[in-house]
Design a protein around this ligand. Structure first.
Ligand SMILES: NC(=O)c1ccc[n+]([C@@H]2O[C@H](COP(=O)([O-])OP(=O)(O)OC[C@H]3O[C@@H](n4cnc5c(N)ncnc54)[C@H](OP(=O)(O)O)[C@@H]3O)[C@@H](O)[C@H]2O)c1
Length: 319
């Protein structure tokens, strides 16, 4: 069987050939792997920068899509249910979610993890949202930030405010009706003023962190007589793991702080959300920045500008 593994943290996975998998154990199904996406999480694991990656050799994949050749059913394979950079995977049937007929396996592989990021933040990490709630998405132009828009609408968001550096991309999201308004993550004073002008927002979903998050939290206007602003950190695409947070910001504002990733929520609770997450991901169009490659090309395409800016999806059986 062909498969790919990182031999040393920080290096590209190598495409290898080894013995076939053992027969599936009781409760497992043998799947032919169709697609597995290189999410930011997967890149972090390959670099040894994620708590789930502790030793090499390692298949850094997190999830993917495979087909049970005996029945023809296509499944989403949940996070860490099986190594997915391989031609075949033996996975626990309880970790599989059937994908509706006709859904694009590449899009489902690319989008399920991004969709889960805002879905789990909104279901597991914030409380008591009223229909029509307002949400500010920091990093709304990224793959995960864009999927936060349909997720927030599904959970009843009334007003969606997008934030990112690329103003043209923000304008396009307003023009097509995806978001209601935007603020630009740029000059700190301008960001501070734009944030203050928003008034109260119910939820902040933050994929960016760093100085932008610090400025937004400091400038935020909250209402002591109303619901709090519930801030949830989801990512650190700005590559700044720490921020400055003035004590006055916490004392003078009606603000709650949380994060969303395994560790902050119960895996049992999150597992119950996966069918809904997959069902929504299966309805979304494949984004333009999703680029499929044969798994045999993994070493060549792994550490490129394209891999950093777009979403690679690796196909063990080729295009
Ligand atoms: N906790 C979870 O469950 C979970 C799940 C999925 C993702 N994440 C995390 O969420 C973050 C975003 O993921 P993603 O899938 O959306 O990634 P992505 O698609 O790579 O995000 C790309 C976007 O990030 C913005 N960006 C890039 N570098 C930036 C910088 N230095 N400062 C500010 N913005 C920058 C760019 O937008 P502009 O140029 O328009 O600003 C770009 O469009 C990552 O840290 C990822 O690990 C967490």
């Amino acid at each position: 069987m062909h498969y790919a593994q990182v031999q040393a943290f920080g290096q590209a996975p190598q495409y290898l050939e080894g013995p076939d998998l053992p027969e599936p154990a009781a409760g497992q199904v043998r799947l032919k792997v169709l697609a597995s996406a290189v999410h930011r999480l997967v890149q972090m694991r390959a670099n040894g920068k994620h708590f789930s990656a502790t030793s090499v050799p390692l298949d850094p994949s997190s999830d993917g899509v495979g087909i049970d050749e005996a029945t023809g059913q296509v499944y989403y394979v949940s996070m860490f249910a099986a190594p997915m950079l391989a031609e075949y995977a033996n996975a626990d049937i309880k970790r599989l979610v059937p994908i509706p007929a006709g859904a694009d396996p590449i899009a489902v592989a690319a989008l399920t993890n991004p969709v889960s990021s805002s879905w789990l933040a909104l279901t597991e990490r914030v409380h008591d949202l009223k229909p029509g709630f307002s949400v500010l998405v920091l990093g709304v132009t990224g793959t995960s930030g864009r999927t936060a828009i349909p997720v927030a609408r599904k959970f009843g968001a009334g007003t969606i405010i997008g934030a990112a550096r690329n103003e043209k991309a923000l304008q396009a999201l307003v023009a097509d009706g995806s978001i209601d308004k935007y603020i630009v993550l740029g000059d700190a004073d301008a960001l501070s003023n734009a944030t203050a002008a928003l008034g109260h927002v119910d939820v902040i979903l933050d994929y960016v962190y760093g100085a932008a998050a610090s400025t937004v939290l400091s400038a935020l206007q909250t209402n002591a007589d109303g619901p709090p602003t519930q801030y949830v950190n989801i990512g650190t695409i700005a590559q700044e793991e720490s921020i400055s947070l003035n004590a006055q910001t916490l004392r003078a504002k009606n603000l709650t702080l949380a994060g969303s990733a395994p560790g902050s929520y119960s895996l049992t609770g999150a597992g119950k959300q996966v069918p809904g997450i997959v069902a929504l991901a299966a309805t979304l169009p494949k984004p333009a920045d999703v680029v499929p490659y044969a798994l045999s090309e993994v070493a060549r395409v792994w550490d490129t500008d394209e891999a950093r800016k777009k979403r690679l999806v690796l196909l063990p059986w080729g295009q």
